[in-house]
Design a protein around this ligand. Structure first.
Ligand code: SAH
Ligand code: SF4
Length: 436
């Protein structure tokens, strides 16, 4: 069953409530944009530009405590703290490191603006979310040259608090130190895989995250905060480093549309990342795609659609959502989107051994993509196994043949490298940890 359907209204910046909290509750600053922070500064008798300073401290310097905001006079910091404000940026609480350098994190969200589900699970699993760091990427973000623009220059990031806490992290697979890594930078580009919900309601039969059901939506600060927490750990500098974001972690971004897009705006305007280096993946939520197609190109990530099957019959069997929004409806929703120069729509395609990986499936996918008339490419993903999932990995030969058939048919095709399978960080494997 699906959760609240997305509405068709175009998205507006989320105005977070600045009213006084119920006694004892915290008021997180992280997640508020510069405009809202400026308004609050004026409300407490300060100049609006103090809000800019606050935003800079939160999103460019990555402070974790109000007291670290050295640009604000002490009396202003005290006034904020006195009103119950805290930074409350999501924090990495557990790190799993793969032999291939991938890291999977459990990130604790302390955000008081959190949206609660009616029946929260008895354990604390809804408190943490999973995020993945892939030095050098996995190919999921690759495939066209539309991300050619550089990221907006940003101030050199530094966090005194975090720097002094640094210690070496283990290079062995498995559990690694939580604190920021102090090692020579070995990556030239990196990709962060970001979650938009805890769990997922879209019941795809091959996906481990689906087994959790939807536990709760994340808010904008919790989504953007995953990125900032990982950037802080690795000392990523937006003006210098080539960082891609893929919204392909836990959850269905288009069933949490407003928070997802508010997070994108924070990441673009406040953190200084380029939307051309961001890709959002959807299982095919048509009202969400229709809204997304209307977003201004300067704020819109690239779009990936999880096609995963050559026709409606197979797709409905592995993705029940196809019963509601079949392939043609998804294609029609994508069509009005104005693409940037060289931009392509990505069709993701999970190869399930014996189910979706046959040569005749490849020929059907090629026809489907070409008939759609969309500038498109196909990203093949060999299925990653998970406990209780009754599918088989495709053979190396069937993957080769599939790729070859698409290529010969003139469809641009890429093969995603499985990253971090040993630590359950690969596609569709997130949230293994809470079952252990
Ligand atoms: N909910 C969104 C984004 C998260 S899933 C979506 O479905 O698009 C990101 C990608 O991982 C999707 O393309 C999905 O089809 C794929 N995926 C899910 N489980 C997988 C698995 N076990 N092995 C390989 N890919 C998987
Ligand atoms: Fe949800 Fe995506 Fe997994 Fe489907 S593949 S259950 S939409 S996370």
């Amino acid at each position: 069953m699906l959760t609240p359907a997305v509405t068709r209204e175009s998205s507006h910046p989320v105005r977070l409530d600045l009213a006084a909290p119920a006694s004892g509750s915290r008021r997180p600053l992280f997640g508020l944009d510069a405009e809202v922070l400026a308004a609050h500064m004026e409300k407490i008798g300060q100049s609006a530009w103090r809000g800019q300073q606050l935003a800079h401290a939160l999103y460019r310097q990555w402070v974790t405590e109000i007291d670290e905001i050295s640009t604000l006079p002490r009396k202003v910091r005290r006034a904020l703290a006195g009103e119950g404000w805290t930074v409350d940026r999501p924090q990495i609480v557990q790190v799993f490191r793969s032999v291939d350098g991938t890291e999977r994190y459990l990130i604790k969200c302390q955000n008081g603006n959190r949206e609660q589900v009616p029946n929260p699970p008895p354990d604390s699993s809804a408190e943490t979310v999973e995020t993945v760091w892939m030095p050098d990427g996995d190919g999921g973000e690759a495939g066209d040259s539309s991300d050619g623009l550089e990221m907006q220059p940003a101030a050199r990031a530094s966090s005194e608090g975090e720097a002094t806490k640094m210690r070496n992290a283990s290079s062995a697979p498995g559990l690694a130190a939580v604190l920021p890594v102090r090692q020579r930078k070995t990556w030239t580009r990196a990709t962060i895989c970001v979650s938009s919900q805890v769990g997922c309601a879209v019941n795809c039969q091959f996906c481990l995250t689906a087994r959790l059901g939807l536990q709760r939506n994340l808010n904008a600060g919790e989504i953007a905060g995953q990125v900032v927490a990982v950037m802080a750990r690795h000392g990523v500098q937006p003006g210098r480093d080539r960082l891609n974001l893929v919204f392909m972690g836990m959850g269905e971004p288009f069933l949490n549309y407003d928070a997802f897009m508010a997070a994108v705006r924070l990441l673009v305007h406040e953190v200084g990342l380029s939307p051309q280096r961001m890709t959002v993946s959807t299982s095919g939520i048509v009202p969400g795609i229709e809204r997304f197609a209307q977003e201004p190109p300067e704020l819109r990530p690239k779009l990936a659609i999880s096609l995963n099957a050559p026709n409606d019959a197979i797709r409905s069997a592995i993705m029940p959502i196809n019963g509601k929004w079949p392939i043609q409806a998804v294609m029609d929703a994508v069509r009005p989107m104005r693409l940037r120069p060289h931009e392509r729509i990505t069709f993701e395609y999970v190869l399930l051994g014996g189910v979706t990986d046959r040569p005749e499936h490849a020929r059907e996918v090629a026809r489907l993509v070409r008939r759609s008339g969309l500038p498109a490419k196909v990203n093949l993903i060999a299925w990653n196994p998970g406990p209780g999932l009754d599918y088989a990995m495709p053979s190396a030969e069937s993957v080769d043949v599939f790729q070859e058939i698409l290529a010969v048919a003139g469809v641009p095709v890429y093969l995603r490298q499985p990253r971090g399978r040993d630590i359950y960080a690969a596609c569709g494997q997130l949230k293994r940890t809470i079952e252990e």
